[in-house]
Design a protein around this ligand. Structure first.
Ligand SMILES: [Zn+2]
Length: 116
């Protein structure tokens, strides 16, 4: 919910700065580690845009980024579901030490609108 609220505020500011009167499409990138379900995001989006004319009829596109880990021993990058020490092991060298390479993303990729 707060994720969508934050997104709408940021887009609203940017839209005003560019003279956009109606936003038609918003694209956000969300890492799998954010634990945000598409359905929940879409529901929050509909609820929060209901009384904001700027977003009337706007669509929300969600791009998910998978979790990838980077082995701190050899630099190999490999996919994971939910990283845990001792469960994720580097496929190249067997090390259990890793850093999170991706999956924590949370940003607005782009938005489109009409200048009326
Ligand atoms: Zn390794």
């Amino acid at each position: 919910m707060s994720l969508i609220s934050f997104t709408l505020d940021a887009v609203e500011q940017a839209a005003k700065a560019h003279g956009i009167r109606r936003v038609t499409e918003i694209r956000i990138v969300v890492g799998e580690l954010r634990m945000a379900l598409d359905d929940q995001l879409q529901t929050a989006f509909r609820l929060l845009t209901g009384d904001r004319p700027l977003f009337e009829g706007a669509e929300l596109h969600i791009e998910k980024r998978p979790v990838c880990l980077r082995c701190t021993a050899c630099g190999e990058i490999y996919p994971s579901s939910i990283p845990r020490i001792g469960r994720d092991v580097c496929p190249a060298c067997g090390s259990e030490e890793f850093a999170i390479e991706s999956g924590r993303e949370l940003y607005i990729d782009s938005f489109e609108g009409d200048e009326i």
